[in-house]
Design a protein around this ligand. Structure first.
Ligand code: BGC
Length: 758
């Protein structure tokens, strides 16, 4: 519908009708205004399947929703590093929505994995904003290609569940820009989601829902977002203020109470009516965009979509460790051990919970193979070793050639609504793995979990397969990987630290009653572990294959570029093994020298390539200013410092295969502001400035100790140089025996600033 037509409808609406449009009619629908032909529009969770509630609604997944298809959760889909696959998954979800009359699916969820403890990490993509944003973008593109909207969430800085409705995320501007906003930015700018969902929490003292800076200045003015902003369910605290900040739709319904506040505020003149009109226009625009593009032929083919879920799962399973034990031979005697072989944990709890139409377990998948035995090994209702089950599992493992243990986190260990209190798996499962590994050298562990776990048995087993929460078809996909029908190709979108205490947010995570300080700043995930040169259990970007890849010929189309230009980077990848496989080629960028504190390297490109044995393909990336920039708080913009950068092509963040140095020239000069506190060392960096400032040094500031005297022995040359380097320009006033006044210093400072301004 044209903007003009929408304006016309808005102009015909009464004040009361407009106010009612800004809050849900019920749990899942926007308000209808029949006399003007405005239909109610349904939204549903999300993000990795359709949670459409036909009957009574709730935001915690309590009441039954329609039978649907559960795809792998975000933790896994990000691990695919496959934009095309995520796009296809999005298309499937879009089609399901069309068939079910859902106008907007509530996802993707892109919040940064600040700590392995966040209860909703399973829904989120990555510790790296580029990965999160690219994954989200691909899914959005797919869903919206079917004329169904998405709601990228939860905007902003909702990185824990503890006190999520009232906590205050205290974050510095650089970290906000480079990490937390960046996870949304690329996807919003490129893929234009129809809606954005604001989070519950405060950011630097202000609720997301009432945050003009983020909902209007950043989202709309800077990023060009044109859809509507809806609240997370119950995130509205102050309806009128929120509307003014840029929050269009309150969800769910306030039962009319907030509508009255809006009407009153317009009548009293507190709220300009055009603010309300704008919000209503944005909502109507999306309501009609969906209505006018209904696909009457869309079908929700659950069996077909189950197969799609399996295809996605195949690429979300990360092979973490393999000492020659995988792939398994179908002829071998194999013991499947662990409850999750029979009833996989394949999704998380809460609002994303799908009522799966069918579930395939690994055991279902091997039901025709007589050589596979099964022992439950543990129960996940409580963390207690069952000696009989353990003994049965050990016996089964002993008799087999290989033992595959299906373990992971029980539902009670991770979910929406609360955070984990530690990073361990249940003790009973750890014990089971250790005991099986004692009797069976060929032990493989398959993990079903949404977030990293500690692995005390890592050196006792030969294979580890991270299946994440792989959706309803996970059992089939795991078997495809175990038996080599599919070559694993996923990579970790997050670091697995050795222990929780290694995580950069550890000291401050979940915060105090009224605030959560993000003191690690930009050093989230590998940005921290790399800087600290720390050993980790498995690094960001890690994931093995049954074949091998060789990297060669890292090259660029130019060695020097201006920051207004772009640079093409290419690298050749060859499959040097005997079977076909896919490799995720990662491109990191490192600033070799910087006046600001920066990570050792940051991911700025990735591509997944499929290669037949012996085949070589060239992978090409295009880097622009953002790939080299940091966010300058001073100029409130992205900035590149002129100088050398290293491009690093690798198979993981800790497996860099090739590097190349390039130069980037900045076209923006950040003027240096001199003050009387500026140090001599900093002034000397510009010889022209030093020419002016050196006039302040009228005599030896440190008294010129005689060589050989006791005083000269106390002062090394290094110390002397440092004393001068760090001497503020006002130093000569104190040390110059009256030769320089503060007025002289100020006069020099003024000249220096005049020089700087040119
Ligand atoms: C969750 C959202 C979800 C909404 C509706 C909230 O509790 O945070 O992610 O979309 O409920 O179920």
């Amino acid at each position: 519908m044209t903007a003009e037509k929408i304006r016309e409808i808005v102009s015909k609406m009464t004040l009361e009708e407009k106010a009612s449009m800004c809050s849900g009619a019920d749990f899942w629908h926007t308000e209808a205004v029949e006399r003007l032909g405005i239909p109610a529009s349904m939204v549903s969770d999300g993000p990795h399947g359709l949670r459409k509630q036909d009957q009574e609604g709730d935001h915690l997944g309590v009441n039954e929703s329609i039978k649907a298809v559960c795809f792998p959760a975000g933790c896994g889909t990000a691990a695919s590093f496959n934009r095309e696959l995520l796009h296809q998954m999005g298309e499937t979800l879009g089609e399901e929505c069309q068939a079910e009359g859902v106008s907007v699916i509530l996802g993707p969820a892109v919040n940064i994995k600040r700590s392995p403890l966040c209860g909703r990490n399973f829904e989120y993509y990555s510790e790296d904003p580029f990965v999160a944003s690219e994954a989200a973008g691909a899914l959005i593109h797919g869903v919206q290609s079917k004329n169904v909207g998405t709601s990228i969430k939860h905007f902003l800085a909702n990185n824990q569940e503890t006190r999520r409705m009232s906590s205050d995320s205290k974050i510095g501007e650089r970290a906000l820009r480079e990490i937390y906003l960046a996870a949304f930015e690329g996807a919003i700018k490129k893929e234009k989601p129809w809606t954005v969902m604001c989070s519950y929490n405060k950011i630097n003292g202000k609720y997301a829902a009432e945050n003009h800076k983020f909902l209007t200045e950043v989202l709309r003015d800077e990023w060009g977002f044109e859809g509507y902003v809806m609240s997370d369910w119950g995130a509205v605290n102050s309806r009128v203020k929120d509307l003014q900040a840029g929050l269009d739709l309150e969800m769910p319904s306030s039962g009319g109470s907030n509508d009255k506040l809006i009407v009153g505020a317009v009548q009293s003149g507190e709220l300009p009516e055009r603010v309300l009109d704008m919000a209503v226009a944005r909502i109507l625009n999306i309501v009609f965009r969906y209505e006018e593009n209904r696909d009457k032929n869309a079908v929700f083919d659950r069996d077909k979509d189950h197969e799609m879920a399996r295809r996605v799962a195949q690429e979300t399973i990360v092979l973490l460790k393999n000492e020659g034990v995988l792939p398994l031979s179908e002829k071998d005697e194999i013991a499947f051990i662990g409850k999750y072989a029979k009833t996989p944990r394949y999704q998380g709890g809460g609002s994303s919970h799908i009522n799966s139409h069918k579930i395939t377990s690994a055991l279902d998948e091997v039901k025709d193979m007589a050589n596979v035995t099964y022992a439950q090994g543990f129960d996940d209702k409580e963390d207690k070793t069952d000696e009989a089950m353990l003994a049965e599992a050990v016996e089964a493992a002993k008799k087999a050639k290989v033992a595959v243990i299906f373990a992971g986190l029980p539902d009670a260990f991770e979910s929406e609504g609360f955070d984990r209190s530690h990073m361990r798996m249940p003790d009973c499962q750890n014990e089971l793995i250790a005991r099986v590994a004692q009797v069976q050298p060929n032990t493989v562990v398959v993990l079903h979990n949404g977030s990293p776990v500690e692995m005390p048995w890592v050196n006792q087993v030969k294979g580890i397969v991270e299946a994440y929460l792989g959706g309803q078809a996970v059992g089939g996909a795991v078997c495809d990987i175990l038996f080599g029908k599919v070559n694993p190709s996923a990579k970790l979108p997050e670091t697995f630290p050795l222990k929780l205490e290694d995580n950069p947010s550890y000291l401050f995570y979940i915060g105090e009653r009224d605030k959560v300080e993000y003191r690690e700043g930009i050093f989230v995930g590998y940005r921290y572990y790399d800087k600290k040169k720390m050993d980790v259990l498995f690094p960001f970007g890690h994931g093995l294959s049954y074949t091998t890849f060789e990297y060669s010929n890292l090259r660029t189309d130019k060695d020097t570029m201006k920051d207004t230009d772009t640079m093409e980077v290419s690298v050749d990848i060859r499959n040097t093994g005997d079977i076909a496989g896919k490799e995720v080629v990662q491109l990191y960028v490192a600033d070799k020298e910087s006046t600001v504190i920066r990570p050792v390297k940051e991911l700025k490109g990735f591509e997944k390539v499929e290669l037949a044995p012996g085949e070589t393909k060239t992978v090409t990336f295009r880097l622009d200013k953002r790939a080299f920039a940091y966010y300058s708080v001073k100029i409130q913009d992205w900035h590149v410092e002129t100088g050398a950068f290293e491009l690093m092509a690798g198979s993981s963040s800790r497996d860099i295969r090739l590097t190349k140095e390039v130069t980037v020239e900045s076209t923006v000069k950040i003027p240096f502001v001199y003050t009387t506190d500026t140090t001599v060392g900093d002034v000397k960096k510009d010889p022209r400035a030093w020419e002016i400032a050196k006039t302040l040094i009228k005599k030896d500031l440190f008294g010129g100790e005689e060589e050989g005297s006791a005083a000269s022995e106390a002062i090394t040359d290094e110390m002397n140089e440092a004393m001068e380097r760090y001497m503020p320009l006002r130093g000569p006033v104190s040390f110059g025996a009256g030769s320089v006044t503060m007025g002289d210093v100020q006069a020099v400072v003024d000249k220096l600033n005049a020089l700087e301004e040119g």
